[in-house]
Design a protein around this ligand. Structure first.
Ligand SMILES: CCCCC/C=C\C/C=C\CC/C=C/CC(=O)SCCNC(=O)CCNC(=O)[C@H](O)C(C)(C)COP(=O)(O)OP(=O)(O)OC[C@H]1O[C@@H](n2cnc3c(N)ncnc32)[C@H](O)[C@@H]1OP(=O)(O)O
Length: 292
């Protein structure tokens, strides 16, 4: 998605771009702040840290997706950056995945706009020229897991309360084919068959065993480990690494690009069904009630 289109989408969503601010941190480094995504240049040269800050659970709202894509585009266009660590500012939660309220009780035009934003976010992350390392410091179901799976490397906090996986079937949803492809490319066909049909969410030890993440480390070392892994990836010249990444990922991305409009229409038809709307409402209601 072009930056201009993203800005237009932000405007349509009622987000004021004027609220973005550039400030200087204690070390004099620039720190870009949006509402929901904070970008911090880090101590490692050429590396930025993106922190998801969409409380309470970093759900992927339309506004969040738009800010996230714009942030990544800015970093890609700024040649001082070669790598980005993605992490969360919400304690215990990397991202709760797609925002269920965006898919519930809205009209087809909204569903189309939302689904296009989800697609564009995935394409941006999956095909990024930057090295992307996920520092997964919390639970990451469904869309949250997709973001992590689309990075080049994943470091997960060793906390048995954190779960990771594509749990769509537990919500009565069918996993989109490109979510499925991303998982299959990471953990293989057989493991994906079981994980996707049962909607399994894995604790850290199992996620590591399956190859869903590359490393599990103590919670307070997630970001530092991600940054030291980044140094290893940045030792490779950008152009050869980028061409290699593209060679491996292009076919998967092209599959969506070729069928992007049909995928949007399928999403609208599916999500608009009464039975699906009912399932989502019940799921949201259960989330609320578990507090009481
Ligand atoms: C046949 C043809 C097929 C064609 C198919 C085409 C397309 C495919 C169609 C559809 C696919 C759609 C894909 C969806 C992928 C997704 O990402 S769905 C989202 C999945 N996410 C989840 O299941 C996570 C749900 N949340 C939780 O489990 C917990 O909230 C948590 C993350 C573990 C955190 O728990 P915690 O106790 O800390 O917090 P609360 O549960 O109290 O939540 C606080 C607050 O936040 C609200 N909330 C939580 N998650 C979401 C969410 N994903 N979206 C929106 N809102 C969320 C929760 O309701 C609470 O709200 P409050 O009560 O108002 O405070």
């Amino acid at each position: 998605m072009a930056l201009a289109a993203g800005r237009a989408m932000l405007m349509r969503s009622g987000v004021r771009l004027g609220t973005q601010a550039a400030a200087r941190g204690g070390n004099g480094a620039r720190r870009f702040m949006n509402h929901r995504v904070v970008v911090e240049p880090n101590t490692v040269p050429g590396v930025a840290v993106i922190k998801f800050k969409n409380p309470p659970v970093n759900s992927l709202t339309l506004e969040f997706l738009t800010e996230f894509v714009i942030c990544l585009e800015k970093l890609e266009n700024d040649k001082t950056f070669r790598g980005v660590v993605l992490t969360s500012d919400c304690p215990g939660i990397f991202s709760a995945g797609l925002d269920l309220r965006e898919m519930c009780g809205k009209n087809p035009a909204h569903y189309a706009e939302y689904w296009r934003a989800v697609q564009e976010m995935w394409l941006k992350v999956y095909l990024s020229n930057l090295v992307l390392v996920a520092a997964i410091n919390g639970t990451s179901p469904a869309g949250g897991c997709l973001i992590a799976l689309s990075c080049d490397y994943r470091v997960l906090a060793d906390n048995p309360r954190y779960r990771m996986g594509l749990n769509e079937t537990l919500l009565g949803l069918v996993v989109p084919f490109w979510f499925k492809d991303t998982l299959v490319n990471t953990i293989g066909h057989r493991a994906s068959e079981r994980a996707l049909q049962l909607g399994l969410l894995f604790p850290p030890a199992e996620a590591l065993q399956l190859g869903m993440v590359d490393q599990v480390v103590p919670e307070d070392q997630v970001q530092s480990t991600a940054l030291s892994v980044m140094t290893q990836w940045l030792a490779i010249p950008d152009h050869v690494r980028q061409l290699t990444k593209n060679m491996i990922r292009k076919a998967t991305a092209d599959h969506l690009i070729k069928h992007q409009e049909a995928d949007i229409q399928n999403f609208i038809n599916f999500i608009s069904r009464d039975s699906i709307q009912k399932s989502l409402q019940v799921y949201l209601e259960n989330l609320k009630q578990k507090k009481h």
